[in-house]
Write a protein that binds this ligand. Structure first.
Ligand SMILES: *Cc1c(COP(=O)(O)O)cnc(C)c1O
Length: 368
């Protein structure tokens, strides 16, 4: 029986040929193909600029740095995300603050953001978790009312939309990841999108040691560059993003239909006016379900079906963050959600017959 993994990169002849061409060209570090990827990404997201970096984490770090966020500043973010959403806040020397998520859609709750704002708040990092845009309208209203920056962690959401606006174009800066498991990928990589000339200029310096000319360094920086080898994969992947996302959405629909009405399983919902690109298809297993989440994971495994818990722990409970003054019970929705979530295979390599198999195994477990 074919094992169904929760993620699986799709690499075709076009990617292989593009990499070969770069290898043969002699320019293998940052060069013209990186510039091409930046041009294509900005065009796709509808932003004026895009800057390629070596990871999504680097994109968030660069966004914070170029927006001038640092020591003494507070940044509000969600406690329910990948650790890379919060670590860059610490890397620039600012203090992370959290606002709990909404139960329904896993994204940050604008009302809680509003009450977390203080005189020191300089930015909000909102995540389009699992591929569904956060409440951009509310958060941008709050951000502009208080004169703070809104950074979008769109690492899971390339191609998602809020109304007609593409993910990555919502706030002061959008951050994407091209890590191997994302909707499109280059193995490792990141993209920062923005409409601000100041951000793009500063970002291009920051990724290259603050360099302004040969051995001229105007500011602090680092080596956050992408290579042309990886950019070549990214350029080819971006051409397929809409098709990849369409297949994810088809699979998600079929899972939603198949799992509807099972006691103790809550299937994901899509908010009105938003396009969800299903980086993850994530259900919640509540105590009403026949077996525990851990047992269901075992049963799925016995049937060669992979699954994943994203994320098993709310961010404020990790030691290097908890020591700043957070503890159990601070963000109850995120904490409860982390005990309930389970992501099932939804990527474009999953076919309707595979979904049928997943649904049958879960239905079987429900009557255990
Ligand atoms: C993947 C991811 C990141 C980090 O991207 P890397 O390329 O792995 O550094 C940040 N935030 C979220 C929500 C992610 O899913």
């Amino acid at each position: 029986m074919k094992r169904l993994n929760v993620a699986s990169p799709i690499i075709g002849t076009n990617e292989k040929n593009a990499v070969q061409k770069v290898l043969d060209s002699g320019i293998i570090a940052q060069g013209p193909v990186v510039a091409q990827l930046e041009k294509d990404f900005a065009a796709y997201c509808g932003t004026k600029y895009a800057v390629a970096l070596n990871s999504g984490t680097a994109a968030i770090h660069t966004a914070l740095y170029t927006l001038g966020i640092g020591e003494g500043d507070e940044v509000i973010t969600t406690p329910f995300s990948f650790i890379a959403t919060v670590n860059p806040i610490l890397m620039v020397g600012a203090s992370p603050k959290f606002a709990d998520i909404k139960e329904g859609d896993f994204n940050i709750d604008p009302k809680k953001v509003e009450s977390a704002i203080t005189k020191r708040t300089k930015a909000i990092i909102a995540v389009d978790l699992y591929g569904q845009p956060y409440d951009f309208e509310e958060l941008s209203r709050i951000a502009s009312m208080h004169g703070i920056e809104l950074i979008e962690d769109a690492c899971q959401a390339v191609g998602a939309k809020y109304g007609d606006k593409m993910a990555g174009s919502f706030g002061s800066a959008g951050c994407f990841s091209l890590y191997a498991t994302k909707n499109i990928m280059s193995g490792e990589g990141g993209i920062l999108t923005t409409n601000s000339e100041k951000v793009v200029e500063s970002a291009k310096q920051f990724r290259q040691h603050g360099m302004t000319g040969p051995y001229e360094y105007a500011d602090l920086g680092y080596n956050l560059r992408m290579t042309d080898i990886l950019a070549a994969i990214g350029v080819e992947q971006l051409k397929q993003v809409d098709e990849f996302n369409r297949l994810r959405q088809r699979n998600a629909r079929q899972l939603n239909e198949g799992l509807a009405g099972i006691d103790g399983i809550i299937t994901p919902t899509i908010n009105k006016g938003r396009t969800h690109v299903f980086h993850q298809y994530t259900i919640r297993i509540t105590p009403d379900f026949a077996v525990t989440r851990e047992r269901l994971i075992e049963i799925l495994n016995e049937h060669e079906i992979g699954s994943g818990v994203y994320y098993p722990k709310a961010l404020h409970l990790y030691p290097h963050i908890a020591k700043l003054g957070f503890s159990d019970g601070d963000f109850p929705v995120a904490e409860k959600t982390s005990q309930e979530v389970l992501s099932l295979p939804v990527h474009p390599g999953i076919e309707p017959a595979d979904i049928q198999r997943i649904v049958e195994v879960i239905t079987g477990a429900a009557s255990e």
